[in-house]
Design a protein around this ligand. Structure first.
Ligand SMILES: [Zn+2]
Ligand SMILES: [Zn+2]
Length: 161
């Protein structure tokens, strides 16, 4: 089934982030533009993308689909620069490296190699980390790290020893 933009009826590609096409997202982007701030809040992104809930925004942010999530901050905030570029490019931009350590990771990322995500040197530099815990079959608690590649949103689950 072909999905259509809720606002203008344009065809949406598979995996479109939300019910709006990117030109319609861009219109909303302009209506929340505040030149003094460097980031968007979850509430603003929920409106821009016309998503159902704040949780939907966070989910896309964790998956790295919405780019620019500010690392090391519990509250979800997204760099305006990255979000604007992503929407203008039809929700297609991957983040580009801005430091030598990011460049090192990016060179591997674009080749599909994410083994570097097991190296803590890249934490908050080229990947973001969250923890999860699950109860295993043997009723013990299994903790793991969920790491998200900064550039492409690739997720690596690393067990916690
Ligand atoms: Zn539209
Ligand atoms: Zn990557």
């Amino acid at each position: 089934m072909q999905l259509k933009c809720r606002e203008c009826g344009a065809n949406l590609r598979e995996g479109n982030p939300g019910p709006l096409c990117s030109p319609c997202q861009e219109k909303r982007l302009k209506s929340v533009a505040d030149t003094d701030r460097r980031y968007y809040t979850v509430e603003e992104l929920q409106y821009i993308l016309d998503l159902e809930s704040e949780e939907s925004v966070k989910r896309l942010g964790r998956k790295g689909i919405i780019p620019g999530r500010m690392p090391g901050i519990k509250k979800h905030l997204y760099l305006k620069e990255s979000v604007d570029a992503w929407i203008k490019a039809g929700n297609n931009v991957v983040r580009k490296p801005t430091s030598p350590i990011q460049a090192e990771a990016y060179a591997l990322c674009i080749r599909g190699d994410h083994t570097w995500m097991r190296d803590v040197r890249f934490k908050d530099q080229a990947y973001q980390e969250e923890h999860t815990s699950e109860i295993s079959d043997r009723q013990s608690i299994v903790m793991s790290y969920i790491r998200t590649c900064y550039f492409c949103g690739h997720i690596e689950v690393v067990p916690f020893f």
